[in-house]
Write a protein that binds this ligand. Structure first.
Ligand SMILES: [Zn+2]
Length: 655
């Protein structure tokens, strides 16, 4: 059976798999042809609609960066800074010739640590360049007062993706830890450190101790665990060996009286763990974190070894991406708003912004009735939910005011020097925010990224220009296609304001309970249904989706498609409906939604994402949602009892 005709103006019939019945596996029906034609390229660990868009964006950016590197611009202009950064990143011979010189002073300091106090004294210099031993800090809006910034003290200090990598005792995890120690030893040896194999084993032992008091990624989503306002005095007294007040003075965070401690038990344990470690272990620990943070701008033997472990062993990626893509990725992380200024000038028109904004308005207005019509929520909580909805701020494309990079200077040094300068600049900017009110123009993502986010402390939804591209958003496609694509993404981000985490924050972004106890219980009962549904999905042999880790994203996926569908109905009522290439608007909506999830990934990557990524695997982001939607069944005449659909009584519906 084929749904998409060869003459379809938007969908490619060859992407689908006519042998699979849409009532059996809609994801495979829509995407099977594409999946079979697209093995994971060797330089990727997954290939998906997101990567297709990302690759197009990268190819445009490559031209812009090369032009900036050749022509430059006025000193301090985006073209100047981006051009210098890119040119330095492409100078492989110079990077090789510089060796470890750019990090020599930090390396010497780390290699001569003789006590826990020496390590603590070095932490500010390591943290400001993005190395993460011990703990971390961030500065974001205060959960009690969203107009002010607050310092958050976070658990950190691990080299593996999360705590459970140190604690699981299945064969694959044990092997991975052996490979991790081999990797650490290789890095230490390359940097000329003594007794590398023993030192590497000791680092694993130290990190395993640090991992014990860490929260899991699932616990990190539990606001009751991670929101803990304390006086700095109290935190310092609970972990005196860490000398936190001195640390904060050294990073430039002056006059801090109150902080949020993500995980109080972590800090209490950490000071004992570090105090008990041998100096040689602390040295190897600090050096390994320094090398990890800088390897991608060091000579190729460091970069290749880092890629061998993190890219190939952990992610299943066979080959490194070409140098220009790696430099672009680093630039996006470090000077993203400068790179984005070149991008939006070429790739994002005012018309696109206007049309995207209109869609966001439609989506927000469709969320209102869906709250009002809920049969499980009392009027009191509905009022609060509607007031939260009316407090949403959308940001589309790129910031109204670009970030100020005054003071960032790139000299003529090797690449690593420019990168360290950019990271120190950004770290100082973050710390400086403590003295300033919350900036309403701040973006937490570079505008050319293929992504979107909801920020609970700001109650804002943000859609970068990078994702407002086909197949998510196509100026030339019919509305149904755009509502199934970017519309569902917009609905997804709106729903994050009402998922297991977002629903704990109010319209102003304050951590405040606006629920009656009964409504909260009803919400959690419904959320449990979602968690159980997804927790039953099998990914690889013994591995299931983690229904709790992915709960917020699954609620957002389910709500996102539901709201986008309602918004499409509103748009069709206003503008009239017509079939395109033999498909109804509803059918085109669901096909478009299934299309944005097309994806192939390596087994290693799948394993990594299931344990660390709060998003479900793409197949379930499609089928897992549609299995709950009567609207889907109606659009394709899927009979009750068909494999695609859950029985009516078992369906999840929250928003
Ligand atoms: Zn999300």
């Amino acid at each position: 059976m084929t749904l998409v005709r060869p003459d379809d103006p938007v969908f490619n019939a060859a992407d689908s798999d006519p042998d699979v019945d849409p009532a059996v596996d809609f994801y495979r029906h829509v995407n099977g042809g594409w999946i079979d034609a697209n093995p994971v390229p060797p330089e990727y660990s997954r290939w998906a609609a997101f990567e297709e868009v990302r690759t197009r964006n990268e190819e445009l950016l490559q031209r812009l960066l090369e032009r900036a590197a050749a022509d430059g611009g006025a000193a301090g202009s985006p073209e100047d800074l981006v051009g210098r950064y890119y040119a330095a990143g492409m100078e492989e011979e110079r990077i090789a010739a510089a060796g470890l010189d750019p990090i020599r002073s930090l390396l010497d300091a780390a290699s001569s640590i003789g006590s826990v106090d020496d390590l603590l004294d070095l932490l500010p210099a390591l943290h400001e360049i993005g190395a993460g031993p011990a703990f971390g800090i961030s500065v974001i809006p205060d959960f009690d007062d969203s107009s002010a910034n607050l310092l958050y003290l976070d658990q950190s200090g691990l080299g593996l993706p999360e705590r459970d990598y140190y604690t699981r005792d299945d064969d694959a995890s044990v092997t991975l830890r052996t490979q991790y120690v081999e990797h650490l030893a290789k890095m230490l040896e390359l940097a000329g450190q003594p007794n590398a194999p023993e030192a590497a084993a000791a680092v694993l032992e130290l990190e395993t101790a640090i991992a014990q008091p860490c929260y899991t990624n699932t616990q990190l989503r539990d606001m009751d665990l991670v929101i803990n306002r304390r006086t700095l005095e109290a935190v310092a007294a609970s972990a005196p060996r860490l000398r936190l007040p001195a640390y904060l003075e050294n990073v430039g965070a002056h006059g801090v009286e109150e902080v949020n401690v993500e995980n109080p038990g972590f800090f209490e344990a950490l000071h004992e763990i570090l105090a008990a470690a041998e100096p040689a272990t602390l040295r190897a620990y600090a050096v390994s974190h320094l090398l990890r943070a800088t390897a991608s701008s060091l000579p190729s033997e460091f970069e290749s070894e880092q890629f061998r472990f993190y890219g190939t062993i952990l992610g299943g990626q066979q080959e490194q991406k070409p140098r220009w893509k790696r430099v672009l990725r680093a630039a996006t992380a470090e000077i993203g708003q400068l790179v984005a200024q070149l991008y939006v000038a070429e790739a994002f028109s005012e018309e696109a912004k206007t049309r995207a904004l209109a869609m966001v308005d439609h989506l927000l207005s469709a969320m209102g009735p869906s709250i009002r019509n809920l049969d499980w929520m009392t009027d009191e909580t509905k009022e609060a939910a509607l007031s939260k909805l009316s407090g949403f701020t959308p940001k589309i494309g790129y910031p109204d005011e670009w970030r100020d990079y005054t003071g960032l200077e790139f000299g003529d040094g090797p690449f690593a020097e420019l990168r360290l300068a950019a990271r120190r600049f950004e770290h100082a900017r973050q710390v400086r925010k403590l003295q300033e009110p919350v900036d309403p123009h701040e973006w937490s993502m570079a505008p050319h990224e293929v992504n979107a986010y909801y920020h609970p402390l700001r109650n804002e939804i943000v859609f970068p220009a990078g994702i407002l591209q086909p197949p998510f958003f196509d100026e030339h496609a019919d509305d149904a296609v755009n509502y199934g694509g970017i519309g569902a993404v917009i609905g997804h981000e709106i729903t994050h304001g009402f998922d297991d985490m977002g629903s704990r924050f109010d319209a102003e972004g304050h951590f405040r309970n606006w629920w009656t106890p009964n409504d909260r219980e009803e919400f959690e009962r419904r959320a449990d249904v979602v968690a159980d549904q997804y927790g039953d999905y099998r990914v690889l042999d013994e591995l299931n989706v983690n229904g709790r880790l992915t709960l917020g994203e699954n609620i957002a996926d389910l709500g996102g498609v539901t709201i986008a569908y309602s918004a499409l109905q509103e748009a069709l009522d206003e503008d009239g409906r017509s079939d395109v290439a033999g498909l109804t608007p509803e059918q085109r909506f669901f096909i478009s939604n299934a299309r944005v999830w097309r994806s192939v990934e390596t087994d290693e990557y799948m394993r990594l994402r299931v344990t660390t990524d709060p998003h479900s695997p793409p197949e379930f982001r499609c089928n897992g949602v549609m299995a709950n939607l009567q609207e889907f069944a109606d659009a394709f005449d899927v009979a009750e009892g068909a494999p695609m659909m859950r029985p009516v009584a078992q369906r999840a519906k929250i928003w």
